[in-house]
Design a protein around this ligand. Structure first.
Ligand code: FAS
Ligand code: PHB
Length: 404
């Protein structure tokens, strides 16, 4: 067993772990990341595309914003189309100037990986049997295997950035944690193509055939999604079938602008709302998808991970630079307040924009009554400027709560 030590042990080299590691390193706080798969595998996962202002500011503070600021696209608005009638949500004017940045999670993750490698920080990729120990003591440690060697990593704190399927959340005993969950009765079939986007801003579409989303990664790379039944399989969808269905769901005025082409990635993702409370246990903190999952309809998943990182980073700075350990207990409360706002908005956008008529609803509403209620909800929020303002405030991201 090889004994090593650091100040903060980070489990997971996704965006949460890498962003936290970069911020801590810039403050001279030593950290080691333990990751289950290879860096190439992490980069191969196609995920989020929209960054809130708070996320972008954090990336700038981490000193990794060069490519994001030069290649990311600033979006001042987003469109929501209902039964092919389009409403523009004027993010900038409705929020007094806030916007979002369209820049893929893959790119952000690559920028963070490159910065970490350049700074000589240690990351153990392709590690197995990672386990957290004694997290409720002042001497927690992590054991893992890497390159045929067994490691014992002593640390002061553990940041569980290991996603929904990681080991960190299960370190909180079942009788000490409460999990909240809603699994949606459909999934998102995503397609990535090297074709110019259908429009300069995103279009979320609610049609009688189901939900669709027109997004992008650049002026030459587009990302599209279709709501599909949970029973559907990606092999049921040829590229042509995808494009033909998308044309039936997007507003008529946009169909002529749709440029089709071969898919470079196609996959189906399930949709779920999930929260684990609390988000900390002793000196172990859950960050990002390790603690919460949202349906991607509100573009909140990656952005909620960022606000968790911001809170934990500020606490670690207080601990190491001001010797203030009292602030440690604030993490879970601050993180969860913003997480629940993001959960509600993502659940609401999903209910507003997806077809539930054929879906078994687990509340006391039959699906046809539910759809009438949501039709009224869509009309009220989209036809009124104040309703559009409420959507805009959440979409650009609520302010980050500061430490007391
Ligand atoms: P991640 O899951 O990204 O990273 C966790 C890391 O921990 C992984 O690299 C994993 O390999 C590693 N790990 C797991 N177990 C481990 C162990 N035992 N030991 C060591 N390492 C371990 N969000 C949006 O905002 N918009 C979207 O459109 C969107 N689409 C998504 C599509 C899919 C299919 C998925 C799964 C998520 C999507 N998300 C989206 C959410 C996504 O972007 C997450 O919010 C984001 O990846 C969160 O980052 P992390 O918290 O770092 O978790
Ligand atoms: C994406 O570009 O992948 C994307 C954008 C906005 C969403 C979900 C996904 O709400």
């Amino acid at each position: 067993m090889k004994k090593i030590k650091t100040q903060v042990a980070i489990i997971g080299a996704g965006p949460s772990g890498l962003l936290l590691g970069q911020l801590l390193a810039k403050q001279g706080i030593d950290n080691i990341i333990i990751e289950r798969v290879s860096g190439e595998y992490v980069l191969g996962r196609i995920r989020a595309g929209i960054l809130e202002q708070g996320f972008a500011d954090l990336v700038r503070e981490a000193g990794v914003a060069g490519r994001m600021d030069s290649e990311g696209q600033v979006h001042e608005g987003v469109a929501i189309a209902v039964d092919r009638k389009k409403y523009r949500i004027d993010l900038k004017n409705l929020t007094g100037g806030d916007v979002v940045i369209c820049y893929g999670q893959t790119e952000i993750t690559k920028d963070l990986m490159d910065a970490r490698a350049a700074s000589g920080q240690t990351t153990y990729y392709e590690s197995d049997d990672t386990a957290l120990h004694d997290v409720t003591t002042d001497s927690p440690y992590v054991t893992f295997k890497n390159g045929g060697e067994e490691y014992h990593l002593d640390c002061d704190f553990v940041a569980g950035c290991d996603g929904f399927h990681g080991v960190s959340r299960k370190t909180i005993p079942e009788d000490k944690r409460t999990e909240f969950e809603r699994v949606y009765p459909f999934g998102w079939l995503g397609l990535l193509s090297d074709t110019p986007p259908i429009d300069h801003e995103l279009i979320y579409c609610k049609s009688e055939r189901g939900f669709a989303l027109c997004s992008m990664r650049s002026n030459t790379r587009s990302r599209y999604y279709l709501q599909v039944p949970l029973s559907d399989k990606v092999e049921n969808w040829s590229d042509d079938a995808f494009w033909e269905e998308l044309k039936k769901r997007v507003p008529d005025e946009d169909v002529p602008n749709l440029v089709t082409g071969p898919s470079i990635e196609k996959s189906i993702a399930p949709l779920r709302s999930f929260v684990c409370e609390p988000m900390q246990y002793g000196n172990m903190f859950l960050v990002g998808d390790a603690a919460h999952i949202v349906p991607p309809t509100g573009a909140k998943g990656l952005n909620l991970a960022a606000s968790d990182v911001a809170t934990l980073y500020r606490i670690m700075c207080r601990v190491y630079q001001e010797n203030d350990r009292d602030c440690i207990s604030q993490y879970s409360g601050i993180a969860l307040r913003r997480v629940w706002h993001g959960e509600r908005f993502s659940w609401w956008m999903t209910n507003m924009l997806h077809d539930f008529v054929d879906a078994a609803l687990d509340n006391d509403l039959d699906s046809k009554t539910f759809d009438r209620f949501m039709s009224s909800e869509r009309n009220f929020f989209l036809e009124n400027e104040e309703g559009r303002r409420v959507i805009a405030m959440q979409y650009v991201g609520l302010p980050y709560e500061q430490l007391k």
